[in-house]
Design a protein around this ligand. Structure first.
Ligand SMILES: NC(=O)C1=CN([C@@H]2O[C@H](COP(=O)(O)OP(=O)(O)OC[C@H]3O[C@@H](n4cnc5c(N)ncnc54)[C@H](OP(=O)(O)O)[C@@H]3O)[C@@H](O)[C@H]2O)C=CC1
Ligand SMILES: CC(=O)C(=O)O
Ligand SMILES: [Mg+2]
Length: 588
């Protein structure tokens, strides 16, 4: 007799119940339940998959070793990206474990810089659904479309419209790689459970002519929809997400172009549990690194003078946080703002310039004659902290860096633009042209640099230090809203975790290998802020917040299918024959 297919109930170690009406082969095909060759012999027999796998039974550790072997043998980083994406599609637990336990080697692949290349080639890389494509033509039906997503308990959505993908510009629907990558970090670095994460690509067309002509392009072949129709779609999406998955569903806006980023944040920040990562997450991580730098320079933030190269979402987000910090140091708002200068594509941000200006940068416009040469602007401002967020490679020239070293004992130089090909300078340039005195950080990773026998290990000033922890904290305490203060707290938490050893090696951030621990602390800080400002809805407030956060985190270890033995429903079967079933019972 063959026992018929029935309800399989497997209780994992974190007591997450997998409710599956599946045949054994479906358990292998489902990346959430698949364990590859790690299915034990009893499991293989009871699930009816005995013989479908090679006879060797591997531990997860042995699988990790084998995967690392394949990983290092790939000819290029893009091949490594494709290998990992394939693993994520086959065996989710193994994928997340390998990323989380090898953050330094995996993050440059699943995230910047390789994810940028993956987006540019997304038409070739796309294999299977890993998120939702919501197009401008779905207006009026977005809720129905979201209902097609098979998960019932989505808690975190990352959405982009693909208009400003890293520093690579408008990549349209190819931008889907970014929400996928960000949410991979939600799980790998923040421990948010993968079935709670949903990437969304809002496809409103693209103004990238190359893509519109590209046979491999997979998005809508039309110019971007803008104006009221665009706004209606975003509105409908925000509403539909919370209708479908609850009012406290976290929505992260990612890589929207400047004209939309701050505008949408202002519109939705008080209405939804949402944030803009490029504005607030980046401000958090930059502030963290700058706070750590104060321990080396022995200064306060208010003692500094800042110049930004780039005056968009990232730069203005950081500048606004610096003002808050300086006000806390005792300055008036006017004094704080006066210390922050900006330069953009039209030159120095000054009040009466021919190009005028839009958006938040106006706050920082100075009463000064117009200048459109950055090196001249630098000479005028003579900053002690120079921050690049202009997506333009090489603008921190040798002359710029040497001048920074001339005016400052410890010049602070942040080249935040991503991917690596857009960085304002390399780590090697920053250290070489400042005789190793620069306090340097970059958005994408750089290898250590040796100058006169001293090894510098630059830190990665990337919002990946911030958003996974904020997301985790907001989700587990059911936050209604996320204020800027959450990110200020996250920044201080991250800065506090920088050790003297980190600083002595030139690193203004803790090593990436400790990022999961940082995420836990940031989650705790987020929850604390949530209860302080009344936005947390979880009742009662957890007393031991750290233990609470940890108890909610994803467990990379495989679920055991063995508990079904002890709770074997009469009609259960999994295609196991009576003989297989009794063999299984004998063995256990
Ligand atoms: N490290 C991190 O965690 C993060 C890094 N970033 C990176 O920062 C970069 C910018 O992102 P974001 O702020 O969102 O983008 P925006 O488009 O909002 O801003 C870009 C800014 O750069 C200015 N700019 C463009 N070209 C030049 C130039 N040649 N010289 C001076 N300024 C120039 C633009 O000027 P104008 O205003 O006149 O158009 C604009 O102010 C990207 O590369 C992104 O990857 C972003 C978020 C996080
Ligand atoms: C890191 C990031 O969010 C960006 O470069 O856009
Ligand atoms: Mg971004």
């Amino acid at each position: 007799m063959v026992r018929s297919t029935s309800l399989l109930r497997a209780v994992s170690k974190d007591h997450h119940i997998l409710g599956l009406r599946s045949r054994g082969i479906d358990i292998i095909r489902n990346p959430r339940t698949n364990k590859g060759m790690a299915f034990t012999l009893p499991e293989r027999q009871v699930l009816g998959i005995h013989g479908l796998l090679p006879p060797t039974v591997l531990t997860q550790e042995e699988q990790l070793y084998r995967t690392m072997q394949s990983f290092t043998r790939q000819p290029t980083d893009l091949d490594r990206y494709i290998l990992l994406a394939g693993l994520q599609d086959r065996n989710e637990k193994l994928f997340y474990r390998i990323v989380s336990e090898n953050v330094e080697s995996m993050m440059p692949i699943v995230y910047t810089p390789t994810v940028g290349l993956a987006c540019q080639r997304f038409g070739l890389i796309y294999r299977r659904p890993r998120g939702l494509f919501v197009t401008i033509h779905d207006r009026g039906h977005v809720f129905e479309l979201l209902s097609n997503w098979p998960e019932e308990s989505v808690k975190a959505v990352v959405v982009t419209d693909g208009e400003r993908i890293l520093g690579l510009g408008d990549l349209g629907a190819f931008g889907m790689g970014i929400p996928i990558g960000k949410l991979a970090l939600y799980t790998a670095l923040g421990g948010v459970k993968p079935h709670q994460c949903l990437p969304i690509m809002l496809d409103v067309g693209t103004d990238n002519e190359d893509l519109l002509d590209n046979k491999l392009y997979i998005g809508l072949r039309q110019k971007r929809e803008r104006g009221p129709v665009y706004d209606e779609l975003v509105d409908e999406l925000m509403h539909a997400i919370t209708e479908r998955w609850g009012a406290n569903t976290l929505i992260q806006h990612e890589d929207f172009a400047n004209a939309n980023a701050q505008r949408l944040l202002d519109k939705y920040q008080q209405r939804y549990c949402m944030f803009n990562d490029d504005i607030q997450g980046t401000a958090g991580v930059a502030l963290a690194g700058l706070l750590a730098s104060l321990r080396v320079s022995g200064k306060q933030m208010k003692d500094h003078k800042f110049l930004f190269q780039g005056a968009g979402s990232a730069a203005c987000g950081i500048a606004n946080f610096l003002v808050l910090q300086m006000i806390e140091d005792g300055l008036t708002e006017e004094e704080a703002v006066s210390r922050v200068w900006m330069n953009d594509a039209d030159g120095l941000v000054v009040q009466d310039r021919p190009a005028g200006m839009s958006g938040t940068k106006a706050r920082f416009a100075k009463d000064h004659p117009h200048l459109n040469n950055f090196e001249d602007a630098l000479e005028i401002v003579k900053p002690s902290i120079l921050i690049g967020a202009c997506a333009t490679a090489g603008v921190f020239t040798e002359k710029v860096l040497k001048n920074m070293a001339l005016w400052n004992e410890r010049p602070v130089i942040f080249a935040l633009s991503n991917p690596t090909s857009k960085a304002e300078c390399t780590a090697e340039e920053a250290y070489t042209h400042t005789e190793g005195r620069a306090l340097f950080a970059s958005g994408s990773p750089f290898d250590p640099v040796t100058i006169d026998g001293t090894i510098f290990r630059p830190g990665q000033g990337n919002n990946a230090y911030i958003f996974p922890g904020v997301g985790l904290g907001a989700i587990v305490c059911g936050m209604r809203r996320i204020s800027d203060k959450v990110f200020l707290r996250a920044a201080r938490t991250c800065a506090d975790m920088v050790t003297e050893l980190d600083l002595s090696q030139g690193r203004l951030y803790p090593p990436l290998s400790s990022i999961r621990e940082i995420s836990v602390r940031i989650a705790v800080a987020t929850i604390q802020e949530g209860y302080d400002d009344g936005s947390a809805t979880l009742d009662p407030e957890p007393r031991d917040k750290e233990a609470f956060v940890k108890s909610k985190m994803y467990d990379f270890r495989y679920d055991s299918f063995l508990p079904i033995l002890y709770d074997w429903p009469e009609e259960a079967g999994f295609q196991a024959t009576d003989q297989q079933f009794s063999n299984f019972r004998d063995m256990t």
